[in-house]
Design a protein around this ligand. Sequence first.
Ligand code: FAD
Length: 372
Amino acid sequence: MNKHFDVIVAGMGIVGMAHAYAAARKGMRVLVVDTDHQASGASVRNFGFITVTGQEEGKPWQYARRSVDIWRSVARQASIQIDQTGACFVAKCKESSDLLQAYARSKSGEDCSILGKNELQDMCGGNFSEEIEKALYSPHELRVNPREAIPTMRQWLTHHLGVAFQTSTHVNRIGKGRVETTQGTLHAERIYLCMGDRLGEICPEIWQKRKLQICSLQMLKLSPPGIRLPFPVLSDLSLIRYPGFADMQEAKALSDVMERKFAVHLKHGIHLIIVQDQDGSLIIGDSHAYGDQALPFQSEQVDKLLLSTFRALLPGVEAEVCERWMGSYVCAKDGIAFSEEINEGVYAIEITTGAGMSLAFGFAEEVLNHSI
Ligand SMILES: Cc1cc2nc3c(=O)[nH]c(=O)nc-3n(C[C@H](O)[C@H](O)[C@H](O)COP(=O)(O)OP(=O)(O)OC[C@H]3O[C@@H](n4cnc5c(N)ncnc54)[C@H](O)[C@@H]3O)c2cc1C
């Protein structure tokens, strides 16, 4: 194999893929290297939920809007199935209902609409709890199955944009124009390190300087319960996690209620997102535990809390757990993403909000525009 490229990307998760895509679109000769034989990190363990509504106003929201456009285009060309479109945030109390209505009136709420209980029930086959007051429908979102989307994207980048992939190749060390791997040394003008929660192994100084942490999450897959949700659904616990909602003045009253009613859920960082695969299975999650490394052990208490939150929202729906897994991503106290030049032409890249599927394409486009 040729060992000299214009661009080498380390990591074939969504952040690496997005950088490879942006570089290839600029006509660069691109190589992606990864330790694994096939992607198995956060990018295939997530919901596949590409969100706009709820992202922080300003840059994050703009990256998300741009990412959705790129996802649509890539999905069409690469034949990646879009399982669901839009998203619905449901309110089970007056405080969340007030927050959703305020959001719909705000600039970020453009094109969103408020649904009454009956409208929501009509759209989703009458499965929701009678306690629901209102819901916010956002038309912007997409949902893909990440386990299919990421490998399909790899095939498409290879065959249609000429991106080379070298897997089972661990990056050990980086220097200007040089990537030292377990399979020998590779050379490129630009090097983008998109190694997710393992970036600290190559760039410990970045990890320490930025005080990065790892967030571990629990996820569940439920066997097809015979319902069809046209869009991903989020509970009102999600409203105090997503900054686009949580930063609003109306969120304070909701936080107070949630802290009183759901103290245990909040202790585990639990909120509820429900997405649906083509075969009808539901993916539900998640929880958030922060620390210096990914947690290997799954808590039964957290799984039970996730399931009870799900059942409280969709009370008549019978579904068995068929898979459980953990995932992890990098988080920072400040900012949503960074690209830091650590050596001439070598960039350490990270999306630090747990929204890599939603932001990576927009962010990578900007990184490439500034670095090439
Ligand atoms: C459970 C869960 C649910 C989530 N849900 C969503 C969601 O619905 N929507 C959303 O927008 N975001 C979501 N996220 C966040 C999103 O998944 C992440 O932000 C994103 O996947 C991070 O992508 P990445 O490419 O940085 O990391 P990864 O996907 O982890 O990829 C990093 C790659 O780098 C490789 N690598 C590491 N070290 C080396 C080395 N030394 N040499 C070579 N290769 C190396 C790894 O093998 C890996 O393939 C979720 C995350 C989790 C964990």
